[in-house]
Design a protein around this ligand. Structure first.
Ligand code: GDP
Ligand code: MG
Length: 598
């Protein structure tokens, strides 16, 4: 028979027995805990007026039960053999007899210390569980675990959390962050360009390259360029310049040289051999960014295809190219995959991908319809590199601080949840920026990374209003949207960086464009108006609806709580009746449950 840990002095025999009975309970898979267990816990907590803690493993079995201050209880050794990127496999759920449903700092400390799957506090008042807060590890940086919490949640919401998915997400993140921190040092890049009067201004171009390098995760430590009519066939730059680059590398501790133009495979090998430093070109850099940003299945395939085609002629050298296996820019594939390095396997992978892309194309329309209906409404930020999309994304989500605290399902860094003032929420997503010298082989991959935009309900076209080239850039963006057949999407032009414009007439002229707004993401001007505009756009898109949901599908309820405004809920004998304001997408999705009364 299992024991009760902790301070059980003075507790009646009968109560102890009822506590022990809990060991026979199994939590249904997916859920954090069952309603039945919570009810028993709440009743017993009231009786003994002490905390009760349950420790549950991933099979839903209760492995330990403790009474009193749960944190001092010596648990069976649960940390054994678990590496830093894994959680302990045990979650802790404990009650607070004083009705408080918040997690304490001690709760968070033991969450980190024991690396629990999650740590939940349930507030109990008069023998009933009132609400719960659930804390979990959300990341790992600088050698410490970060934590987040959701709640207090209604008990109903808590019980319906998808706990299994949560844990999977966390472990995926930990795996990436713990390995990234130990293996991949930050790359320090030296930028090299060629000045050629007939082409782009070299400084503009290098500035863009710097942006791209930073987007890919490198730090730019220096830059240099050479005036030449044509690149040198062996080293791209001249011999003298190469020596200068070698010195610069040492001075600024660069471990990566980024060339602003595409290198021939032989040039890349020659330079690496000569300098002993990893060398990449603009194309490889852009591919690396695409690889990190591709979201859709086709996007990932297109990027992988472009990467494989790019790397095929570059495999023959045995020099530093092979050390690229070590990690960093140029080695990352879409998703979690590593780039293939075997020539024969690359060829066969290329043909598999090409076939797969053809199949996807054929199924596209069907696929799109399906995805659209199951999505939380989304706003996509598009625009030129350097227009300020990422800054604006941060600014908008910072305007809604609670987003961070409530972040539950883990989202990738370029998509954020954005709560609307009516209680619903939407997703805001950043996209790969448009780039001047986009290498031709990357155009298909670039388009495919933008495919995500087709699911957006609203596009924010971010334009650097202070740039002398803003019209050209804007036209280029609109052209691509046209080619992607996205010109019919609702679009709001956001002229950014107005803090850099001295002349108010210029701003007035910008605002004469249809559906436009002027902001400064940097110093927060106009952000409130932008938020209001987004909110009023979505407020116009909802429908009041009455649904009758069979008890079998009660999982839908928590989804409605997340993505709709629930006015009223009634647990009747035959079904659950809900009155809510739904987006048109949700309304279509749950159309079969409508009662026809709305
Ligand atoms: P993205 O490539 O479109 O994502 O652009 P970023 O958000 O990375 O911003 C590019 C550069 O513009 C950064 O150096 C930002 O600090 C700067 N920036 C962004 N918004 C503003 C703004 O409103 N005013 C000014 N002066 N600079 C800005
Ligand atoms: Mg950006």
């Amino acid at each position: 028979m299992k024991e009760i840990l902790g301070n059980i002095s003075g507790i009646r025999h009968n109560t102890i027995e009822r506590l022990k009975q809990l060991y026979n309970e199994i939590v249904p898979s997916g859920q954090p805990v069952s309603q039945k267990i919570v009810n028993t816990l709440a009743a017993l907590t009231q009786e003994i007026n002490r905390e009760i803690a349950l420790y549950i493993n991933r099979r839903g079995q209760i492995v330990a039960l403790a009474v009193g201050d749960a944190h001092t209880v010596a648990l069976p050794d649960i940390k054994e053999k678990r590496s830093a990127n894994k959680l302990s496999g045990i979650r802790c759920i404990h009650t607070h007899p004083d009705g408080n449903s918040m997690l304490s700092s001690i709760d968070f400390a033991s969450l980190k210390e024991m690396r629990f799957d999650s740590m939940t506090a349930i507030g109990v008042r008069e023998g009933t569980a009132v609400a719960a807060s659930c804390g979990f590890i959300s990341g790992f940086a600088d050698g410490i675990y970060k934590t987040e919490a959701v709640g207090p949640l209604a008990l109903f919401e808590f019980i319906n959390l998808d706990h299994t998915a949560l844990i999977q997400d966390i472990e995926r993140i930990l795996c990436r962050q713990t390995t990234a921190n130990t293996q991949e040092e930050i790359e320090q890049a030296l930028l090299v360009g060629i000045e050629n009067i007939r082409l782009w201004d070299v400084q503009d171009s290098l500035q863009e390259l710097a942006q791209l390098a930073e987007t890919a995760g490198a730090v730019v430590v220096g830059q240099t360029w050479q005036k030449r009519e044509r690149p040198d066939s062996t080293f791209f730059v001249g011999k003298g310049k190469l020596r200068e680059i070698s010195l610069l590398c040492q001075q600024c501790h660069a471990n990566l040289i980024l060339f602003d133009d595409e290198l021939l495979p032989s040039q890349q090998r020659n330079i690496e051999q000569e300098l002993g430093v990893k060398v990449l070109d603009r194309t490889a850099l852009i591919l690396d960014i695409f690889a990190q940003r591709a979201r859709s299945h086709e996007g990932k395939l297109q990027v992988e295809l472009a990467q494989l085609k790019y790397s095929l002629p570059r495999l023959s050298g045995q020099g530093l190219s092979l050390s690229r296996l070590g990690g960093g820019i140029g080695t990352r594939g879409p998703g979690e995959t590593k780039l293939e390095v075997d020539r024969r396997r690359i060829r066969s992978r290329i043909s598999t991908i090409e076939e797969e892309i053809d199949t996807i194309r054929a199924q596209r329309s069907l696929h799109r319809a399906k995805r659209q209906e199951s999505r939380v409404p989304m706003v996509a930020l598009v625009g030129y590199t350097n227009a300020g999309k990422s800054t604006l994304l941060n600014r908008l989500t910072a305007a809604k601080v609670m987003v961070e605290d409530k972040l539950f399902a883990t989202l990738d860094p370029t998509t954020r949840r954005f709560p609307l003032n009516n209680g619903r929420e939407i997703l805001l997503t950043d996209t790969v920026g448009f780039i001047q010298k986009l290498p031709h082989q990357l155009i298909a991959a670039f388009r495919a990374t933008l495919e995500e935009i087709s699911y957006a309900s609203l596009l924010l076209h971010v334009v650097d209003g202070s740039s002398t080239l803003y019209q050209e850039q804007s036209t280029a963006v609109m052209q691509v949207l046209q080619e992607l057949q996205l010109r019919d999407k609702p679009l709001l032009t956001v002229f950014n960086k107005i803090d850099k414009i001295d002349n108010s007439h210029v701003v007035e002229r910008l605002l004469r464009e249809e559906n436009s707004i002027a902001v400064s993401a940097l110093n927060n001007t106009g952000i409130d108006t932008l938020v209001e505009t987004i909110e009023s756009f979505f407020n116009k898109q909802t429908v009041d609806t009455e649904l009758s949901i069979p008890y079998n599908d009660s999982g839908i309820i928590s989804h409605l709580y997340q993505s709709a405004i629930v006015y009223h809920i009634d647990y009747r004998e035959d079904a659950i009746y809900v009155k809510a304001s739904l987006s048109r997408e949700l309304r279509n999705r749950y159309g079969s449950y409508t009662t026809g009364e709305d």
